[in-house]
Design a protein around this ligand. Structure first.
Ligand code: ADP
Length: 162
């Protein structure tokens, strides 16, 4: 069975992330979306909230599983019984960092390969940070995230969900 892990922060999941999840779920037998619990970053949403939001938007994709993880991505990949990491590439600005990451991962885990999916052109400019910034200034984020995610982001930046 071809199992892949799609790791990231997903703070929050955007339509760009969802596009990568949907496309990789058509290529692989199973895709585990790994939500990084990274104490060094200070995310807007807790890891549980990010996992729940991903579960919501992927509920119609039966071969997609959402799991939180900590530590090295390659250790999580092996724990999932996977040997493939999926990453999305938006622009050349992503390339250098992603190349370094995938080459490092191959040295520390030679059996694990990274597959890159290039972004859907509609979302090539889109990032979680942009969504958060627009929401903080009261802008309309409905073109960037699922409607239920937009509601959660608006409530969070307004401090209404505490
Ligand atoms: P990280 O903190 O690991 O960069 P992100 O949640 O920002 O986590 O992104 C996870 C993955 O999704 C990365 O491979 C990133 O390049 C990719 N990605 C992010 N936004 C988009 C997008 N709009 N289109 C395609 N891929 C994307």
């Amino acid at each position: 069975m071809a199992v892949a892990v799609y790791p990231g922060s997903f703070d929050p999941v955007t339509l760009g992330h969802f596009d990568i999840i949907e496309r990789s779920s058509r290529i692989m037998d199973k895709v585990v979306v790994g939500v990084l619990n990274n104490s060094a970053k200070s995310p807007l949403f807790s890891v549980e909230e990010r996992v729940n939001m991903l579960m919501d938007v992927t509920k119609d994709l039966p071969n997609v599983e959402i799991r939180a993880f900590e530590g090295l991505t390659v250790d999580f990949v092996r724990a999932c019984g996977a040997s493939v990491i999926i990453r999305g590439l938006r622009a050349v600005t992503d390339f250098e960092y992603e190349l370094q990451l995938s080459q490092t991962n191959r040295v520390i885990a030679p059996g694990v390969d990274t597959i890159f999916l290039t972004t859907n052109l509609n979302y090539s400019y889109l990032s979680s940070s942009i969504v958060k910034e627009i929401a903080m200034y009261g802008g309309d984020i409905s073109a960037f995230v699922h409607p239920e995610i937009a509601d959660k982001v608006r409530a969070k930046v307004a401090g209404k969900d505490k």
